[in-house]
Design a protein around this ligand. Structure first.
Ligand code: XUL
Ligand code: CO
Length: 435
C-alpha cells in the first residue's frame, strides 16, 4: 500500500530554495573530501518513532492516527507499516533503517507465535530491501516495554525472565543477520535499578556481561560480521542504568573482555542526561577506538528528560562532526534519527519536515567540520597547545623516561611559567567562521 502519494520525492534544490519539501544542503552525491555526503552520513530512520510513535504520553492518548496502523490483524498491520516505512525512506533518500523486534510486528501472546510473526516480517523486509536497495543499519530487541521486564531483562533477578530476554535477542539477531544488518544494538533501559535496597548490583552486572558474551558468541557462530553496540544512557526509565555513559560502558567492556566485538552507539540526549555534552561522549568513545554509531536528536535546555527532538543546532553538530571526522568517520555505523516529532505535529508532512531539517543540519555540519579540518588552522592550534611535550624534558615525560624527583629538579631551575591563554573565544570564533 502507498501512504504518501501526495508527497513528492525530496530532492536537493540548494540554499536558495524555499520549498519546505526540498533539501537545501544535503546532496547525497556531493563529494566532501574523499567520500560523498551520503557515504559520510549514512542516515538511518528509526522505525519506532517515525512509524510507531503515536504521540501518546503519560498524560494523554495518541494524537497521531497513522493510516498504516489501522488494520486489526497484527501481520497485516506490520506489512502496512513496512510499506509506509520503505515508501518514506525512498522519498526522503535515507539509505538505512533501524528497528526493535516488536516494532516490525506486535508481540504475540506466546513466544512461538511471536517468532512466527517475526519470521514472516523478515521475509517481507528482505523483499523490500531488495526492491529499494535500502539497508539495515542495526537491529535490536525491545527488552523494556513488556511488564515482565519491570525488574530488568538480562539483569532481572528471575532467571525465567532472563531466558525470555535471551530468546528475544536470539530471534532479533537472526532477523538482523537475515537482513544483512551492519550492526546490532543493546540499549538497557531496564538494566539498572529503581532501589539499591532490593538490588545485588554486582550480580546483576555479571549477569549482563554473561548475557552479552552469549549474544556475541551466538551472533559470530551464525556468521554475523557486523558491530555490536552498547547505547549508554544514565537513567529513564530506570532510576539508575548500568550503561550510564561512555566512560562507564568502556570500563564494563574492559572488565568483562568484550572490547573486541562491542563499540558504542552515542545518543545526543542521553549524553546531556548524563550531564555531558554529545561531543564529550563522542570524544571518550573515539579516544578508546569504540566510536561506532550515533543516535541523533536533541534535548531541551530547560527540561531534564529525554525529549528526543530533531537536531537543528548547526554549531553544536559541527563540533560533533569534528570529533567524528577526526576519528575517521563511520564504518559500520551511521546517523540514526532516534527523534520524534512533537505530540501536536499531527500531519504526515511533519515527519518529512523533521527529517529534512535534521539531514540538512548534519549536511551543514559536515561541510563546516570538513572545511575546518582542511584549513588546518584549528588542528594546528590544538597541537601548539601541547608543544612543550614535543621535545626535551616534556618529550621524555611522555616516553616514561622521567621520575617524580626529575620533575622537581627540572622545575627548580625554571621558576614560574608564563600564563598561556586557552584562547577559547578565539577558537569558538574560528569554528563560527565556517558554520
Ligand atoms: C531510548 C533509546 C532507544 C534505543 C534503542 O532512549 O534511545 O530507542 O535507541 O532501544
Ligand atoms: Co537511542
Amino acid at each position: 500500500m502507498k501512504f504518501f502519494k501526495h508527497i513528492p520525492k525530496v530532492r536537493y534544490e540548494g540554499k536558495e530554495s524555499d520549498n519546505p519539501l526540498a533539501f537545501r544542503f544535503y546532496n547525497a552525491r556531493q563529494k566532501v573530501g574523499r567520500k560523498t555526503m551520503g557515504e559520510h552520513l549514512r542516515f538511518a530512520i528509526a522505525y519506532w518513532h517515525t512509524f510507531g510513535g503515536t504521540g501518546a504520553d503519560p498524560f494523554g492518548a495518541p494524537t497521531k492516527h497513522f493510516p498504516w496502523l489501522q488494520s486489526t490483524d497484527p501481520l497485516t498491520r506490520g506489512q502496512h507499516k513496512m510499506d509506509a516505512a520503505f515508501e518514506f525512506m525512498e522519498k526522503i533518500g535515507a539509505g538505512f533503517y533501524c528497528f526493535h523486534d516488536y516494532d516490525l510486528v506486535e508481540e504475540a501472546a506466546t513466544l512461538k507465535e511471536s517468532e512466527r510473526r517475526l519470521r514472516a516480517m523478515v521475509e517481507y523486509a528482505r523483499q523490500k530491501q531488495a526492491d529499494t536497495g535500502i539497508k539495515l543499519l542495526w537491529g535490536t530487541a525491545n527488552l523494556f516495554s513488556h511488564p515482565r521486564y519491570m525488574n530488568g531483562a538480562a539483569t532481572n533477578p528471575d532467571f525465567q525472565v532472563v531466558a525470555i530476554a535471551g530468546a528475544q535477542v536470539k530471534n532479533a539477531l537472526d532477523a538482523t543477520i537475515a537482513l544483512g544488518g551492519a550492526g546490532y544494538t543493546f540499549w538497557g533501559g531496564r538494566e539498572g535499578y529503581l532501589s539499591l535496597l532490593n538490588t545485588n548490583m554486582k550480580r546483576e552486572q555479571e549477569h549482563l556481561a554473561r548475557f552479552l558474551h552469549m549474544a556475541r558468541d551466538y551472533g559470530r557462530k551464525r556468521g554475523f560480521k557486523g558491530t555490536f553496540y552498547i547505547e549508554p544512557k544514565p537513567m529513564e526509565p530506570s532510576k539508575h542504568q548500568y550503561d550510564f555513559d561512555a566512560a562507564t560502558c568502556l570500563s564494563f567492556l574492559r572488565q568483562f573482555d568484550l572490547l573486541d566485538d562491542f563499540k558504542l552507539n552515542i545518543e545526543v540526549n542521553h549524553a546531556t542526561l548524563a550531564h555531558h555534552t554529545f561531543q564529550h561522549e563522542l570524544q571518550v568513545a573515539a579516544d578508546a577506538g569504540v566510536l561506532g554509531s550515533i543516535d541523533a536528536n536533541r534535548g531541551d535546555y530547560q527540561n531534564g528528560w529525554d525529549t528526543d527532538q530533531f537536531p537543528n543546532n548547526v554549531y553544536e553538530l559541527t563540533e560533533a562532526m569534528l570529533v567524528i571526522l577526526s576519528a575517521g568517520g563511520f564504518k559500520t555505523g551511521g546517523i540514526n534519527f532516534d527523534a520524534k516529532t512533537r505530540r501536536n505535529s499531527t500531519d504526515l508532512e511533519d515527519i518529512f519536515y523533521a527529517h529534512i531539517g535534521g539531514m540538512d543540519a548534519f549536511a551543514r555540519a559536515l561541510l563546516a567540520a570538513h572545511a575546518i579540518l582542511e584549513s588546518g588552522e584549528y588542528k594546528q592550534l590544538l597541537q601548539q597547545r601541547y608543544a612543550s611535550f614535543n621535545t626535551g624534558k616534556g618529550k621524555q615525560f611522555e616516553q616514561g623516561k622521567l621520575r617524580l624527583e626529575d620533575l622537581r629538579t627540572w622545575a627548580l631551575g625554571r621558576g614560574e611559567p608564563a600564563l598561556a591563554s586557552g584562547r577559547q573565544e578565539f577558537i569558538e570564533n574560528l569554528i563560527a567562521r565556517f558554520v
